[in-house]
Every structure is written in structure tokens, then in C-alpha cells.
Design a protein around this ligand. Structure first.
Ligand code: DGY
Length: 325
């Protein structure tokens, strides 16, 4: 029988995935819902052939070197790969697997949830009910904007953004715009029925602006003071990408000064967001705890895909979802 590979699993994961791994590998697992402390992570990777990680594990060049030359695969249970030093993996011929597609629908759904929660002031309304400030039915109370006839803008129009468009069509949105990139053609615009625009125009025209891009050096802090000041004072900002695309202090200021109307964010810096963060004191901000992909089916599917990626990568078979380095 072929010798089993030694792998590290950095977190508690669904059994469906753990069983796949245990059948084929010697598994060392951090059997905990919290992040593996760096001391344990450093010890745990030593001598491993593969690492099954999450988006909260920093996989940098130093860690890869500590793991050793036998390390062949890093498989992350996430679509985002900004926690992995991809260049360092490439240099060391380490394969990287990730989990695109299967979380698209769940994340698009949460995006719609944030759009509605912020525009229709759902969280604020629930809070008023609980605090007893509801009073009688008032004509002008708890009103907000509507998606109908609005312009919805996207910074990043990949799988998730495109699915958000599909989910939003029945709401009667007037137009969809997105920040153009060289990869997006006129044909793409026609198919998706959205118009590519420059960043300035995206900021100026969007009634709802959704950030759903990858975090890269180019997108880091792209939503900053200057950007927020160019947005409409009536606009709503949604971030389901990574906290790092936003200069968070600038967002807080923009919300406090009402330079923009509201924000709905599923990602923050840091995560978890400290409970004394000024963001949590604002009525016009809804913060969810990075739960874009958190449906039971999606999380299981992500874990199983990441497990299969790891097994295939170790056995020199094509991964179901390789990240192209
Ligand atoms: C990811 O996978 O990168 C999301 O942020 C969490 O599911």
C-alpha cells in the first residue's frame, strides 16, 4: 500500500472533509474553532507534506521554510488567497488549492441581505422595537432608499458580483455599472447587462456601491477618504471582500459626517472587530462577522473541496480547483 502523507489541518472542520483526509493521510489537527496560535502552527507544519488551512492562517515564506522541503500542497478552505504568500509557494513549487464557485451563491445572498438591511434600516428598526422607541406608526420614520430604479455599482465583477446582479434583477434596479478592467469586453457587458466605467464614475454614480474584489496591493485601502468624498451623500457602501480594501478610519469618518448614507460590511480590520470600535456605535452601519459563505451546505462543500484539492495535489493528480500560480 502507498505510504500515507502527513498533513496538518489548522482548524475544526466538517466531518465529511475530515473523514476524506483521515482515510488517506496521517492527520494532525488543531481541533478547535479558534485560530491555531502561531507557536503551535509553526510546530505543526514541520515535516508535513500538506497543509489544510483557513483564511485566518498566515502562510508566509518563513512558515513554508519551517515546514520543510517535503511540503507539496497548501489547500485553503476559502476563495480568498490573500493570506498565502503565492510567490513564495511558486518559488518552492508548492501547489495551492482554493474553493471558488461553491460559495458564490451564499455570498451573493448575504450581499443582498446587507443591501436590504442597510437601505431598509432593518437592524436599526429591530433595535428600536427592542428599546421601546417604536411609538406609533409615523409617516416619516425609518424611511430609507430603495433598490428599485437605483444604480448599483460593483468594484470587482467576478463570479460573486455577477451572481449579485442576477439576484438583484427582480428588484427593478435601473442600471448596473462596474469598474472596468482590461479583461472585461463589450461582449461581457452585453451578456451581463452592466456597463463598465472608470473608478471616478463608479464612485460618483452608484447609489449602492458593492466591493467584491480580491485583496491585492492594488486594491488595498482603495476605499479611503478621497473615494468616500466622491460618493453621493445618499449612497450606501457594501463590503463583502476583505477589510483591507477599506481604510476603516476613513469609512468611520464618512459615516459619522454623513458623507455617505450607510454601510453594510461583512469584513473588517481586524477580525473580530473589537466591541469598542466606533463602527459599532453608528446607526448607519451594519456589521456582520464575515459570514458570506456561512450556509451549512456551502461550508461543508468548501471543506470537502479543500480536502479533495489537498489529496489530489499530494498524489500528483489534477486538483479540482487549483490556484494558478
Ligand atoms: C473566502 O472564502 O475567502 C470568504 O471570504 C469566506 O468564505
Amino acid at each position: 500500500m502507498a505510504e500515507k502523507f502527513h498533513i496538518l489541518v489548522t482548524r475544526r472542520i466538517p466531518n465529511a472533509a475530515l473523514n476524506i483526509l483521515k482515510e488517506r493521510c496521517h492527520v494532525e489537527q488543531w481541533d478547535n474553532d479558534d485560530v491555531m496560535p502561531s507557536k503551535q502552527l509553526v510546530e505543526g507544519v514541520k515535516g508535513k507534506d500538506g497543509i489544510f488551512c483557513l483564511l485566518t492562517d498566515k502562510i508566509d515564506a518563513n512558515l513554508l521554510d519551517i515546514a520543510g522541503k517535503q511540503l507539496q500542497v497548501v489547500s485553503t478552505m476559502s476563495v480568498g488567497v490573500d493570506h498565502i504568500d503565492l510567490a513564495a509557494c511558486k518559488e518552492r513549487a508548492i501547489k495551492v488549492g482554493y474553493t471558488p464557485n461553491i460559495l458564490t451563491s451564499a455570498t451573493a445572498e448575504l450581499t443582498v441581505g446587507l443591501l436590504l438591511a442597510t437601505s431598509r434600516r432593518i437592524v436599526e428598526g429591530v433595535q428600536a422595537v427592542k428599546e421601546g422607541t417604536w411609538g406609533t406608526w409615523k409617516g416619516l420614520w425609518m424611511c430609507g432608499p430603495t433598490l428599485e430604479d437605483s444604480t448599483v455599482g460593483f468594484f470587482g465583477l467576478g463570479r460573486i458580483g455577477q451572481t449579485v446582479i442576477e439576484r438583484l434583477r427582480p428588484f427593478g434596479v435601473k442600471s448596473f455599472i462596474f469598474k472596468t478592467s482590461n479583461k472585461k469586453t463589450k461582449e461581457f457587458e452585453d451578456i451581463i447587462q452592466a456597463r463598465g466605467v472608470g473608478f471616478e464614475e463608479l464612485l460618483q454614480k452608484s447609489d449602492f456601491l458593492i466591493s467584491c474584489c480580491a485583496l491585492t496591493p492594488a486594491t488595498t485601502h482603495i476605499f479611503n477618504k478621497v473615494a468616500f468624498q466622491k460618493m453621493k451623500s445618499t449612497s450606501i457602501f457594501i463590503n463583502i471582500a476583505r477589510g483591507g480594501v477599506v481604510q476603516q478610519d476613513d469609512l468611520i469618518e464618512a459615516l459619522q459626517k454623513k458623507e455617505i448614507r450607510a454601510a453594510g460590511i461583512d469584513v473588517t480590520t481586524p477580525e473580530p472587530l473589537p466591541v469598542d470600535s466606533p463602527l459599532l456605535k453608528l446607526d448607519n452601519c451594519v456589521v456582520t462577522p464575515h459570514i458570506g459563505s456561512a450556509t451549512e451546505t456551502t461550508r461543508t462543500n468548501m471543506a470537502v473541496l479543500a480536502a479533495n484539492n489537498l489529496i489530489n495535489g499530494l498524489n500528483d493528480m489534477e486538483m479540482e480547483a487549483p490556484y494558478m500560480l
